[in-house]
Design a protein around this ligand. Structure first.
Ligand code: ZN
Length: 107
């Protein structure tokens, strides 16, 4: 079973680049590119042309993808942490879960 290191809705902290130490929620995971889109991170100003559908042209903010290796999952207790995987048994079901490498809590 594959458990993704990062999922939509995760809170992450940026480790590198201009948004270093900024936190945000993952809006989208792009597995093929190995990237994630994090709310408010790597924001690009996009110029929009005026069209019939869009009455007002102008500049809009757009969250651009960042490499998934440049963000770390945030543990509520420890902040940005490395994660590990563990198997958890519930009845006859064995599931793989993500855990904080520092405190061991399931993330
Ligand atoms: Zn922790």
């Amino acid at each position: 079973m594959i458990v993704d290191r990062l999922r939509k809705g995760d809170e992450v902290e940026v480790l590198t680049g201009k948004d270093r130490s900024k936190r945000g929620t993952i809006m989208k995971v792009l597995p093929k590119e190995g990237k994630v889109i994090v709310e408010g991170v790597n924001v690009a100003k996009k110029h929009q042309r005026q069209t019939k559908a869009r009455v007002k042209g102008g500049i809009i903010d757009k969250d651009m993808p960042v490499s998934s290796s440049s963000v770390a999952l945030v543990c509520p207790k420890d902040g940005a942490v490395r994660i590990g995987f563990e198997f958890k048994t519930e009845g006859d079901r064995r599931t793989k879960v993500r855990v904080c490498r520092v405190c061991g809590r399931e993330l």
